[in-house]
Design a protein. Sequence first.
Length: 69
Amino acid sequence: MIWLLAVIGIPILVVLMLFFSMADDFWQLIRLRLDLSRIFGDLIHVLFIVGIGIVAEVFSIFMLIKDVL
């Protein structure tokens, strides 16, 4: 049961983390005050969050399948 919750919860958590990490940049982009160095710095953070989310999701799906079988 815990793995089913993890499979459902991890994507939600990753999306929330990405939303809150990009909220400040979104307003800077609308006001046209965003510099390129900040975009590339945030890109690294976004890729890191997505990568950790993918690893956690694959592990959770593997454990869910292992428990079912």
